[in-house]
Design a protein around this ligand. Sequence first.
Ligand code: FES
Length: 152
Amino acid sequence: MSTEPTQPGRRRVVLGAVGGLGAVGVASALTACGGSNDPTIPPEESAASSELSSNGTLDVKASDIAVGGGVIVESAKVVVTQPAKGTFKAFSAICPHQGCVVAKIVDNVITCPCHTSTFNAETGAVLGGPSPSPLAPHQLTVKGDTITLPSA
Ligand code: FES
């Protein structure tokens, strides 16, 4: 008999990793559940790709970021969101509470997995949990389908 606890809703952390250049990995957490519990339908998750430019900046494809979702650029510890169609924001992915890397962006809410602080995906403001301060904003530029993150 199994006594292992279950945590409905937390079973699947939507993370994907792509590391074409080794040091460059992007985990993505895209839109919320599509409402289907059909196990034959794959979850809405995908990995975004990023490239390290020769000048040290990171490029992320805007089309890899769902509206209301975002991607976490692991190598830069930056989370890039699209709170509204065509509007992109970037923040430090380091949670101000105890330094975990945020892990999920769903319905314009960024969540830290360690103690479930939540942040507004447009402003970085704390929505809930123990974080004492918002996620720090990070610069980005958008040109066509390319979002460029300056090196930290
Ligand atoms: S480290 Fe993020 S909530 Fe504690």
